[in-house]
Design a binder for this molecule. Structure first.
Ligand SMILES: [Zn+2]
Length: 227
């Protein structure tokens, strides 16, 4: 699908500089919401204003600032509130599904379990799911043509934390080097937080992002304080 036909909206919402995305097909007016959290009304309004219908929900990973819930000690709106208003399926990597069940009470029928390399369509637009474990076991990125929605795996000049419960620094290294680094330089990077700007390109990150520049796992781990 040509880029002109792809609808993309980046919304900065909430107290933790999260980016929520709407991505879809301009012709069929269908969109997926990525990491619906913080203010479901604002997300639905944004879609409505652009005459887009949210037909699927994608989850990068289970942290509350991306799916909602009360795990940070205060309630954040998220998928539960979305599904009440817009009953869509939630696309999640299989390693992450148990967390969505236990933390916010999603059921098996709420979710579509995906694996790396799987694809789904939004209208006529094809989306590839890339499993990029490290920040969490089932972290995933979404690739649409040359646009990568990277969640908390890759940030502009940074990568996601690997010191949290369920994190794995070694997995993060291989997700960055074996998967994301292999993407073409002109791939547009759309991160999960506004930690250093709104967008970048993989070419720029390969040059500037210190976490994409380690030749050896040992060096990556020691930079993270593991040796
Ligand atoms: Zn996170």
């Amino acid at each position: 699908m040509s880029l002109e036909n792809i609808y993309l909206k980046q919304l900065e919402i909430g107290a933790m500089q999260n980016f929520v995305y709407l991505i879809g097909d301009k012709q069929t007016r269908e969109a997926a919401v990525v990491d619906a959290a913080w203010d479901i009304n604002a997300i639905l309004k944004a879609a409505e204003k652009d005459d887009m219908k949210i037909t699927k929900a994608f989850v990068t990973h289970f942290h509350p600032d991306h799916i909602g819930g009360g795990m940070l000690g205060f309630p954040i709106e998220g998928l539960t509130e979305l599904l009440e208003r817009q009953p869509v399926k939630v696309y999640v990597q299989k390693e992450e599904a148990p967390f969505l069940k236990s933390l916010i009470g999603l059921s098996d029928s709420d979710m579509v379990i995906v694996s790396s390399g799987d694809r789904t369509n939004i209208g006529n637009m094809s989306v590839e799911f890339l499993h990029t474990p490290g920040h969490t076991p089932g972290s995933q990125c979404f690739l649409v043509e040359n646009q990568l929605i990277s969640g908390d795996t890759l940030f502009i000049n940074g990568c996601g934390r690997v010191d949290l419960p369920g994190s794995n620094p070694e997995d993060m290294y291989y997700s960055l080097t074996n998967k994301l680094q292999k993407l073409p330089d002109d791939t547009l990077l759309l991160p999960g937080h506004n930690y250093g700007g709104k967008t970048s390109t993989m070419g720029r990150e390969k040059k500037n992002n210190p976490y994409l520049r380690f030749q050896r796992l040992e060096d990556f781990l020691s930079s993270m304080g593991y040796y």
